[in-house]
Design a protein around this ligand. Sequence first.
Ligand code: TXA
Ligand code: MG
Length: 323
Amino acid sequence: MTDIVPFDEGAISRAVDVLRCGGLVAIPTETVYGLAADAANGEAVAGIFAAKGRPSFNPLIAHVSCIAMAERHVDFDPVSRALAERFWPGPLTLVLPVKDVQATGRPVHPLVTAGLATLAVRMPEGRVRDVIKTLDSPVAAPSANTSGRISPTSAEAVAADLGGKIDLILDAGPCGVGVESTIVKIEGDTAHLLRPGGLAAEEIEKFLGQRLIRADHAAAIQAPGMMASHYAPDAAVRLNVSAVLPGEALLAFGPNRVSGAEHAKAVLNLSESGSLREAASNLFDFMRRLDQSGASAIAVEPIPVEGLGEAINDRLKRAAAPR
Ligand code: TXA
Ligand code: MG
């Protein structure tokens, strides 16, 4: 049985109880809903992989309530530390070396890192931090969706996908950012962008005063979750269209429509005004809704590859990749 409860003050201790007992809790973060387990409990973490049908070689992000909690488990270089201080809490994940000896009796279980010597860490925004703080230990949480499917940005989307397979869903309404966190790894003088996400790469570059090295093939393997086909709806996905074909639904962007839009099975506009922020927050919900329209394919209008557009185009490319 999966309970859905409003994420009020009282839900904090309930969620912590479930986590302490090795259960799975869907948690709202500013990016997407996550499927959380106590990161120190191997059986609980294994439950995440089982519920998602996720390949076990794909490591998870450990969510912390403060930098000090992260420091029990990983070593910060000065640049990563500055990034954490500037952008946490927020949609930024840092990949850092796991401490030889973790400064706690509850080390992160190796299933979380899939055996890597590094751990992906992030401090999410919002009430979920109180859950982690009360647990006094990081929670491992991938997006709360079946592996390879669209990430959920509402409690309803989590329930539709994973209902019956998890213990509790905390409902805090729609996520503000709407795409997953940006993943960065500092290596010596180089800053790698392992995954574009909810914090625009340009903002990080401005702060660091240096370019982020975009994930090439090698880096894609460093973030093993960056599989080509991901976020896949049932319908086919066609990108950068200049016209809508018969039977297609249209995912629009901005004030102007491509030709054939009036014949589309359904039309949803990510942002009438052309705001990439608004588009990111609508992306997964609108893909899900267009998928349910029964269209043969989802045609997507061109979306600029700047700011959050980088993450939006990344997710759309994966949704359109051969399955
Ligand atoms: O916004 C987010 O990041 C959401 C919310 C729930 O926090 N979480 C999320 O998790 O997107 P997930 O599991 O869907 O994506 C985690 C990504 C994967 O691409 C994984 O391969 C990568 O992080 N990753 C995890 N540990 C890593 C590591 N040690 N080195 C490199 N990449 C890692
Ligand atoms: Mg995911």
